[in-house]
Design a protein around this ligand. Structure first.
Ligand SMILES: C[S@@+](CC[C@H](N)C(=O)[O-])C[C@H]1O[C@@H](n2cnc3c(N)ncnc32)[C@H](O)[C@@H]1O
Length: 290
């Protein structure tokens, strides 16, 4: 690589390096890294391919490529990612939100809208909010909704609050440090939503290095059988739901039946479900049989 390459040549160079290292998303990663560290857009590379890259920008791109070679996910390197059309900041203790979780947001939207139509407001509880991805997306779609967003990580809550602010919903977003429902007091909600940790402890070792070493362990570890969080949520959810309220959870690809049984044992019946991009039943909605 020449000491001062042009923008388009740099993208091609980084892509080739990542391909040689066997990175499956080399083209996308190269584009995101170069765009981020040269403060350019895709359009710049197309309309102004000979645009000069400064030595400082080149150093930053080189350092980022090294991090990617060491398996750090590209969105952690650039510090943010898109979720449901919104830009969200990431931090050390936030899970990188996944496209599959958008199916949970889509399943939740009609419930949130219906309550907002009927009562003029809708109250959401997001358990294990991480970046705030789910709650912020719902607040963005439904202006009459308010959310309490729980996490056990103070770092995650600070990031979620910053994301709520960045996406214009901070006045309807309340971060709460809490171990599941512990800090919720006696407030009741219309919609309880959660993408909890659900990987069985023994399965974490076999996850891709990008996940195992870079997503926070508290966001992954679902206990011995991966179902600890669902039990904690199902056991207490009815105490925090309005009579016609709904609980929606994301589940692992092989967990829908087990999670249905846990909720059934706590008086809930399946009302709807949604599949992810791979065709797995990924999001489940439950109503309480009172
Ligand atoms: C799988 S991540 C989901 C993050 C985000 N909701 C999303 O979908 O991208 C699970 C989140 O639950 C939080 N968490 C883990 N145990 C918890 C607990 N006992 N109480 C509250 N939050 C918890 C983790 O810190 C993490 O942010």
């Amino acid at each position: 690589m020449s000491p001062q390459p042009a923008l388009a040549a740099l993208i091609r160079h980084v892509r080739a390096e990542l391909e040689r290292a066997g990175k499956s998303e080399a083209a996308l990663d190269a584009r995101l890294i170069v765009e981020h560290f040269t403060s350019t857009t895709r359009t710049d590379a197309v309309l102004d391919p000979e645009r000069a890259v400064t030595p400082a920008q080149l150093d930053a791109v080189r350092a980022a490529v090294e991090r990617r070679m060491a398996n750090e996910p590209v969105h952690r390197i650039i510090g943010h990612r898109e979720f449901y059309g919104l830009k969200l900041k990431l931090s050390a203790e936030t899970l990188e939100p996944r496209p599959d979780t958008e199916s949970l947001v889509e399943l939740a939207i009609p419930y949130v809208r219906e309550v907002a139509e009927r009562r003029g407001k809708a109250f959401i509880l997001d358990i294990g909010t991480g970046t705030g991805a789910i709650a912020i997306s719902l607040l963005h779609v439904e202006q009459r909704a308010h959310a309490v967003a729980i996490d056990i990580s103070q770092d995650a809550l600070a990031t979620a609050a910053a994301n709520a602010d960045m996406n214009g919903v901070a006045d309807r977003f309340e971060p709460l440090l809490s171990d599941y429902f512990e800090g919720v007091k006696d407030q009741r909600f219309d919609v309880i939503v959660s993408n909890p940790p659900y990987i069985p402890t023994d399965g974490i070792i076999s996850l891709q290095p990008e996940v195992r070493y870079f997503d926070p362990i508290d966001a992954l570890d679902g206990g011995k059988d991966g179902l600890v969080a669902y039990r904690a949520i199902a056991e207490k959810a009815a105490e925090h739901l309005h009579d016609d309220g709904v609980v929606l959870v994301e589940v692992g690809y092989d967990q829908p039946e087990a999670v249905e049984m846990i909720f059934a044992a706590n008086g809930f019946a399946l009302d709807a479900d949604a599949t992810d991009f791979g065709g797995h039943r990924r999001s489940l909605a439950f109503l309480h049989k009172r």
